[in-house]
Design a protein around this ligand. Structure first.
Ligand code: HAM
Length: 431
């Protein structure tokens, strides 16, 4: 290490990678706790997977001709391993590897953690971002599709986040090829008007042309045929049941024939929770059914469906609403004035913490004014002021920071006894 002369250049976090610092963490906890509570209500169990997986897992499941696999993955090329860009593939890998289908015919699993995509960073779009991801494996029942969307809607409502639910069906290997052909004919007639990406995609992945964000492409596909008019009998029935289910439990949705999703594994139901408050990064959550994916990854034939919510976007929305974070204020600040008072305060603060209270003190011998400032910053409910001469007389002052009322309190010999007597004098929140 070189400390000689000059100012060291600061090292900053990578572009698109963000620290979550105190003051922000509280909202993250709120989002995560609300989600855990709701996942629990709907009988989901947690699963945690590693961040690194074999590259092949993602190219095989998400699809070679997707933006994610083509250009967004963080891959160690020499080792053929990749930092997961999403959770579904990893979760299914774990489901197959551990034979979770043997334990329960229907598995309801959730996971929360960081994902990595090399996208152009902007508000609500990061290179390391976090998802809360849920998957139901082993049921093709349309009720499950409805239930999952209802769960997402409930979670967003409990967080106070306003979204609209958009719904589509992508059909199955029976009916999609027919639609693909119809769509290709439609696109062929307009190919010259499309952006370069769409020109290239139109043969490998023509459905992606439907959700291109380029305004010119959008205009061109306005009149494109809808896949909903090309569903086979069983996909059509499945989709009607999903919609009826949503209507039965009053979950509001609208159909979006342009929604194709950026991952290739979807079949039948797809959906997105859309906000009007985040500019172009409008999807706070998205998902759908993937009835062939477990088999593609070497597992038994198993239908599945899931969705993921983007935590950065949820937190941004909560911040925008300037939602009052629940005060995690300190219960008691002990302001010791002088060395002896500080020596007295230290075991007292420890005893208060042992009782389950949030307690704090200043170790640096600062003035009363400065300690009161600290107590305010910590949103302390009470401050115990201990001066050296008062201490000798067995006295201290207890100040209620909300009402500004002060009272003299008698200091008892034993710290624990005194700590308990303080607790009785205050209306303290035990955590
Ligand atoms: P996805 O649409 O790629 O789907 O991502 C789901 C959500 O993750 C998005 O709606 C968004 O909120 C968030 N998200 C995605 N990329 C970023 C980013 N770069 N920065 C911030 N947030 C982001 C999936 O990942 C599927 N695995 C969902 C799923 C689960 N389908 C079935 N099961």
């Amino acid at each position: 290490m070189n400390f000689s002369g000059g100012i060291a250049v600061k090292i900053k976090a990578l572009n698109g990678f963000k620290d979550i610092i105190p003051g922000e963490v509280e909202l993250w906890l709120k989002v995560e706790q609300t989600a855990r509570n709701i996942f629990n209500r709907f009988n989901f169990s947690e699963i945690r997977m590693p961040i690194l997986e074999k590259t092949d897992l993602f190219s095989r499941s998400i699809g070679e001709a997707t933006d994610i696999v083509e250009k967004e993955m963080y891959t160690f090329v020499d080792k053929q391993i990749t930092m997961r860009p999403e959770a579904t593939a990893s979760l299914l890998r774990a489901y197959i590897q551990h034979g979770l289908y043997v334990q329960k015919p229907i598995q309801r699993l959730f996971t929360i953690g960081p994902m990595f995509r090399h996208e152009r960073p902007q508000k609500g779009r990061l290179r390391q971002f976090h998802q809360m991801d849920v998957e139901v494996l082993g049921s093709a029942n349309p009720r499950v599709d409805t239930e999952l969307m209802a769960m997402g809607a409930m979670l967003l409502e409990e967080l106070g986040i306003d979204v609209s639910l958009e719904l589509n069906s992508l059909g199955c290997p029976e009916c999609r090829p027919g639609f693909r052909k119809t769509l290709l004919t439609f696109i062929d007639d307009r190919r010259d008007e499309l952006c370069d990406d769409c020109k290239r995609r139109s043969t490998s992945n023509p459905l992606r042309v439907l959700d291109c964000k380029n305004p010119r492409c959008r205009e061109q596909v306005e009149e494109a045929p809808s896949i909903l008019d090309h569903l086979c009998g069983s996909c059509g029935e499945h989709f009607s049941s999903v919609q009826k289910g949503l209507q039965d439990i009053n979950v509001v949705y609208s159909l979006n024939k342009f929604m194709v999703r950026g991952l290739d594994y979807y079949t039948r139901t797809t959906f997105e929770f859309i906000t009007a408050d985040l500019g172009s990064q409008a999807a706070v959550g998205a998902g759908g059914r993937y009835d062939g994916l477990v088999e593609t990854l070497g597992g038994p034939k198993t239908p599945g469906i899931g969705f993921a919510l983007g935590m950065e976007r949820l937190v941004l929305l909560l911040q925008q609403k300037e939602l009052e974070t629940e005060s995690t204020g300190c219960d008691m600040f002990v302001a010791g004035l002088g060395e002896k008072a500080i020596d007295f305060a230290f075991p007292l603060v420890h005893a208060l913490r042992q009782m389950g209270l949030q307690a704090a003190m200043d170790h640096e011998g600062r003035s009363l004014k400065s300690q009161m400032k600290q107590a305010n910053k910590l949103q302390s409910g009470y401050v115990l002021i201990v001066g050296e001469s008062e201490l000798e007389q067995g006295q201290a002052v207890l100040r209620n920071m909300e009402t500004q009322e002060q009272q003299d309190v008698k200091i008892s010999d034993a710290t624990d006894t005194f700590a308990r007597s303080l607790q009785e004098k205050c209306t303290l929140r035990i955590s």
